[in-house]
Design a binder for this molecule. Structure first.
Ligand code: GCU
Length: 692
């Protein structure tokens, strides 16, 4: 079978085989009356043609009025535009839905079966349409259908770390950037395909370029002013291209945003400073924002990485993050735009974990209304497992966004399978102040001005993500951003069935493989007790974050002859004390600290015993070997699907699993040797070569 040029991911829309279901779907959906007007409705019609065409096995008839002769039809539009909808729903309930919310209902109207998809906004009609198509793809019944949904949070972004002039993608493992500055404003068909994928899971915003606007691929400090930096996208000739891209994504309810360089007034504007408290700088940003909105009227705003890893920021001008964020916010405010100001700032402390809370918490309440402080889920950097950042729940007067990494920078870079949804669920469910306000991270995100940002990764590979199973992370991110209360099993089941069909053996096997993949990666690449960042970094140009190199950053492991771990507790650098009391107490005591984070918070003797009587070092050995066994098991379970999944996807994933096993064994060898080298304690089961 020839591989598809572009994989459909979860939008495969397989024809429904069950006859009764087929008949019911046909009754409601073979004729569709779709309102006309907004650009989004063009996308709705296109999707219905594609989706219903495949699911029903024939192209639906699209009408501009109710099809009187049919025994049933689908009606998509707002109650204001369409009488049938106005008559069939509670209009006030629809009007009360948040932007993007929708109502899908099976009912009767003038003797015909009618399936209504309605919303108060055109974006909601797009989501309602995708919801319906998902419902059909999952083979669910239509009779009695009556669904109201709205997004938990208004901003559900995918942030691309794409370097537009090189088309490289920082931490991308799926080929080149999807976006081609050279050929824009000509529109590539793949932009539409990508917009469909994003909209189908409710993503409504897209940052098109890398937060490192100044150092493409961070080759070396000498390239800091490189002509290839994304900072140039604010030039009019590129804004014109952005406008073309925006019009593609607008049809799917997706707004574009840009990462901007804090030094832009100097770099682009020729000013002699970018000091946020300078009047000329304030004017420059205001004029630039106005210009951007002339090209892209629904532009979402600016994302900024400032004072971090070589990017310029307010500290360069004796100003602080509030000054920096607010000058941009004032510029965007008249146009309805927003600033996402990243909290990923470190460098001045010997342990980066402590810096974000220390820097940002004192600034609570000082940011402009249209500033969102964007915080990574953990205090370090998208590790396979880390505690939830103490910034969450402790800046009540500030809008916060949760930044997650969709791409697998530290989780095997799409060579290894690693499903991030269970990890993200832990973050979303985390109670940020158990004996205080008791709000979970998910609860914080429902406030106006808050949101989610998923760091992208999709590239121009035919399968979008490099590894077919990594598509699930893009899917899961969107679904959780829409509804953080969805449980992992639901998200996985939706994804598996839409992606691989309904063969029970395939569904069960792929589901289990997905659910067991993250624990395996945690075990073999960290030892499962809260160690992290043992990936090879090396020189800037070679930095890979993929290979095992536990000795490279002693500061992360804290390994010595007498023990391992970091004292991020009251005896140590006081990181645990950044949390509200109940959490600080829990983390501060090795007896109550969750075992999976133990060595993140504590430096403990190698022979310290854990609850089950095993020592720290033995548990690290055991977990590393368990991770390898789990990786082999994932591979074997996948291999059992030979002949049940199409050859293209089966082979691709099988080959990756073969490689994952080799790499897991390598991780295990390297980590266990490292633990032995420092502890001098042999593995009880003799698996670690003692004199290697
Ligand atoms: C990590 C990552 C970088 C990225 C940075 C960020 O350090 O390795 O590639 O630039 O995070 O989030 O800004």
């Amino acid at each position: 079978m020839t591989p598809p040029v572009t994989d459909d991911c979860w939008l495969r829309y397989e024809e429904v085989t069950d006859e009764r279901r087929h008949e019911a779907y046909r009754t409601y959906c073979a004729n569709a009356y779709v309102s006309v007007g907004a650009p989004e409705l063009g996308a709705v019609r296109d999707e219905l043609r594609r989706g219903l065409g495949e699911i029903l096995g024939r192209t639906p008839h699209l009408w501009q009025h109710p099809p009187r002769s049919a025994d049933g039809f689908l009606a998509v539009g707002t109650p204001e535009e369409m009488q049938v909808i106005h008559d069939s729903v509670v209009v006030d309930a629809v009007d009360a839905l948040a932007d993007g919310g929708f109502h899908v209902k099976a009912t009767e109207w003038e003797g015909a079966n009618v399936l209504v998809v309605t919303a108060s906004t055109d974006r909601g009609l797009v989501y309602g349409t995708f919801h319906l198509l998902r419902h059909l793809s999952l083979g669910r019944p239509l009779d009695g259908l009556d669904v109201f949904e709205e997004p938990a949070t208004a901003d559900r972004f995918v942030d691309h770390w794409d370097n537009p002039f090189r088309r490289s993608v920082e931490r991308g493992y799926a080929g080149l950037s999807l976006f081609d500055v050279e050929t824009l404003p000509n529109v590539d068909e793949r932009y539409v395909e990508y917009a469909r994928l994003l909209a189908s899971v409710g993503v409504d915003g897209l940052v098109v370029n890398n937060v490192n606007t100044e150092i493409p691929d961070r080759p070396s400090a000498n390239d800091a002013m490189s002509e290839l930096g994304g900072w140039r996208l604010l030039e009019p000739r590129y804004l014109e291209k952005l406008a073309a891209l925006a019009s593609v994504f607008r049809r799917y309810g997706i707004r574009l945003a840009l990462s901007v360089n804090f030094g832009a007034p100097e770099r682009l504007g020729g000013l002699d400073t970018a000091d946020p408290n300078d009047e000329a700088v304030e004017r420059w940003w205001a004029e630039k924002a106005t210009e951007v909105y002339e090209y892209v009227p629904d532009f979402a705003g600016f994302l900024v990485k400032a004072d971090s890893e070589g990017q310029p920021g307010p500290y360069d001008y004796d100003a602080d993050h509030v000054d920096g964020a607010n000058v941009l916010a004032r510029a965007l405010e008249p146009h309805g735009g927003r600033v996402w100001w990243r909290a990923f700032v470190y460098g001045s402390h010997s342990d980066r974990a402590v810096q974000q809370h220390e820097t940002f918490e004192p600034l609570d309440g000082a940011f402009h209304d249209n500033v969102t402080v964007q915080v990574k889920n953990g205090p370090i950097d998208f590790q396979p497992r880390e505690p939830v950042s103490p910034v969450f729940g402790q800046m009540p007067e500030t809008d916060l966004a949760l930044e997650l990494q969709i791409t697998g920078e530290y989780t095997g870079q799409h060579v290894h399978a690693c499903y991030h949804v269970p990890m993200w669920k832990e973050v979303l469910e985390f109670d940020t102040d158990p004996e205080g306000h008791g709000r979970r991270v998910a609860d914080l995100l429902t406030e106006a001005g808050s949101g989610l940002a998923g760091v992208g990764g999709p590239g121009d590979d035919p399968n979008w993500t490099g590894h077919y199973l990594a598509q699930a992370n893009l899917y899961g991110y969107g679904r959780l951003a829409w509804d953080p209360d969805l449980d992992t099993a639901t998200v996985t089941d939706e994804w598996v069935r839409q992606t691989f069909g309904h063969d029970p053996e395939v569904v069960e096997t792929v589901t289990d493989v997905m659910h067991d993949s993250w624990p395996a990666v945690v075990d073999y690449s960290t030892g499962g007790l809260g160690l992290m960042h043992m990936m090879y970094n090396g020189e800037a140009r070679l930095e890979n974050h993929y290979d095992p190199a536990p000795g490279e950053w002693p500061g992360y492991t804290g390994a010595t002859a007498d023990g391992i771990g970091r004292d991020r507790n009251a005896r140590g650098n006081g990181y645990a004390q950044q949390y509200p009391e109940a959490l600080a107490e829990r983390y501060d005591d090795p007896e109550t600290c969750p075992e999976e984070l133990l060595l993140f918070f504590h430096h403990l003797p190698w022979d310290h015993t854990l609850d089950d009587g095993r020592t720290v070092v033995q548990t690290l050995y055991d977990n590393c070997f368990a991770g390898v066994a789990a990786a082999r098991d994932l591979r074997d379970r996948w291999d059992s699907l030979d002949g049940r999944v199409d050859e293209q996807r089966f082979r691709h994933v099988a080959e990756r699993f073969d490689e994952q096993v080799v790499q897991a064994e390598r991780w295990c060898r390297t980590l266990t040797a490292f633990f032995y080298e420092h502890s001098g304690v042999p593995d009880e089961h003799g698996r670690v070569p003692a004199d290697d």
